[in-house]
Design a protein around this ligand. Sequence first.
Ligand code: S3P
Length: 173
Amino acid sequence: STWDCSKQHIVLVGMMGAGKSSVGRVLAQRLGRRLLDSDEMIEERTGQTVREIWNAEGEPAFREIETTVLAEAVAADEPSVIAAAGGVVLSEANRAVLAASGAHVVWLLADVELLLDRVKNGMHRPLLDDDPEGTLRAMFETRESLYKEVADAIVSVDNRTVNDVAGAVLRCC
Ligand code: S3P
């Protein structure tokens, strides 16, 4: 492979519920790296939850902060594991940041049925408050090509444990 993951960030992208944060935790642990989770970075920086920001300031304001923390995460000197929230690919600027970062971007691909099962905790997912299934399906339609565009590798997560997925991510580095 042309990738040397020892020197690069590993960035996990994909839909809500694909397992970016949980796989990210396992990867960070195995590699002895920091985990940078964009939603957590936003909450630390603002002192507000994702839902609070969403309610008080709206999605565009949330997306702006998201762009800031994504740029910060990939600018970190230390190679890290970055769990990028599902919506980061929506912005062309974010996609350009990912492309220019030299990070190894891995798309965690999951069936909508699996995503639905996993997004029951809707705390930080205001977009799924109404009609989660319809929303996830429409969202996948819109975003599929964007995840594909930014991804250096695609790992299917269906019928796999978090540990298996983490192993598959490492093998494609
Ligand atoms: C979003 C994904 C969420 C969170 C917000 C919006 C999205 O993060 O940032 O609810 O647009 O896909 P996760 O991907 O970690 O669930």
